[in-house]
Design a protein around this ligand. Structure first.
Ligand code: NAD
Ligand code: LMR
Length: 328
């Protein structure tokens, strides 16, 4: 039996993500939590003829307790999105507290659940979650994931259109580092099968992957950021975690994790100087089984991108840790 929870389920990402989870035959119970509208979203989804039983909870009447208890996997897209002119870090003030409160709920009611964090700034909200779990004595680094799959999905899509590949999902591209601007580092040199990117197109391609989020924020013109592509990406990652837990082998997807807690991660953390970092992760029954080192294979061009990534990411990570250790 698999119980999946979406926290922030009534939002722009939460609703389509919940729809995709409801359609997933691997899920038996789908629990929706938000500060608004979950009874309506749950009633609507519950009419869909797939196996998952859907319930919706609000904070009143111990809603978080009922929503989280018994959860196997909790996906968190709760929090405010960007408007044009904002950075993801501008969301920290509000979203840090939201993520902290939700993870405190996880400590109390679902300490063994896999946790997938979508709320921005991911570079800081994942360290916040780790600190809260540590403080609660239930931190298992193999079970905490920052969802960076949208960067991977974008890299696949933009490369396919550049090289004329009809099916973008046929190319695997490691996208590593963090999830904002220059901290997002696509390693096109390690694409499988390999891709030939014309030298005069490489800078623009890298920039589009790094700032793909801004492209959507600008096009939505004040109405938020990526929701549908994120729901697709969040579902893709959640489904992979569930499949791996159920015993499927060979599943690898990049994710932003606490490297020292994942096999193979220590060596990568030494090279990058960062404990929180996204690399391809081999998933298994316990979650993140192995961190795969694609950093040392980076070419000179990618090494320069990585240098910029390291310096930006360091500040974002410490800001998250500091928020929990020395509350403002
Ligand atoms: P949204 O405003 O449409 O939805 C957010 C939802 O969170 C709302 O329904 C709101 O009621 C709910 N919420 C607020 N506080 C809550 C709390 N304490 N408990 C439970 N629910 C709460 O925003 P969105 O477009 O769905 O984006 C959500 C977040 O995801 C943003 O921070 C955004 O930046 C981030 N995001 C991340 C990625 C990524 O790649 N990781 C991609 C897109 C968006
Ligand atoms: C994205 O990459 O689309 C998200 O992180 C949302 C944003 O603020 O750009």
């Amino acid at each position: 039996m698999v119980k999946a929870v979406v926290a922030g389920a009534a939002g722009g990402i939460g609703q389509p993500l919940s729809l995709l989870l409801k359609g997933c035959p691997l899920i038996d119970e789908l629990s929706l939590y938000d500060v608004v509208n979950t009874p309506g979203v749950a009633a609507d989804l519950s009419h869909i003829s797939s196996p998952a039983v859907v319930t919706g909870y609000l904070p009143k009447d111990d809603g978080i307790k009922h929503a989280f208890t018994g959860a196997d996997i909790i996906v968190i897209p709760a929090g405010i999105p960007r408007k044009p002119g904002m950075t993801r870090d501008d969301l920290f003030k509000i979203n840090a507290g939201i993520v902290q409160t939700l993870v405190e709920g996880i400590v109390q009611y679902a300490p063994k659940a896999f946790i997938l964090i979508i709320s921005n700034p991911v570079n800081s909200t994942v360290p916040i979650a780790a600190e809260v779990l540590k403080r609660g004595g239930v931190f298992d680094p193999k079970k905490l994931f920052g969802v960076t799959t949208l960067d991977v999905v974008r890299a696949e899509t933009f490369v396919a259109s550049l090289v004329g590949e009809k099916d973008p999902s046929k190319t695997t591209i490691p996208v590593i580092g963090g999830h904002s601007g220059e901290t997002i580092v696509p390693l096109f040199s390690q694409a499988k099968p390999s891709v030939e990117i014309p030298a005069d197109k490489l800078d623009a391609l890298v920039n589009r992957v790094q700032f793909g989020g801004d492209e959507v924020v600008k096009a939505k013109d004040g109405a938020g950021s990526a929701t549908l592509s994120m729901a697709y990406a969040g579902f893709r990652f959640a489904e992979k975690v569930i499949k791996a837990v159920k015993g499927e082998k060979g599943i690898v997807e990049p994710s932003f994790v606490y490297l020292p807690g994942v096999s193979g991660g220590d060596a990568i953390a030494k090279v990058t100087g960062l404990d929180f970092f996204s690399v391809p992760i081999e998933l298994g029954p316990n979650g993140a089984e192995k961190a795969i080192d694609v950093v040392s294979g980076a070419n000179d061009y990618e090494k320069k991108l990585l240098e910029a990534c390291y310096s930006g990411l360091k500040g974002n990570v410490s800001k998250g840790i500091e928020f929990v250790q020395n509350p403002p």
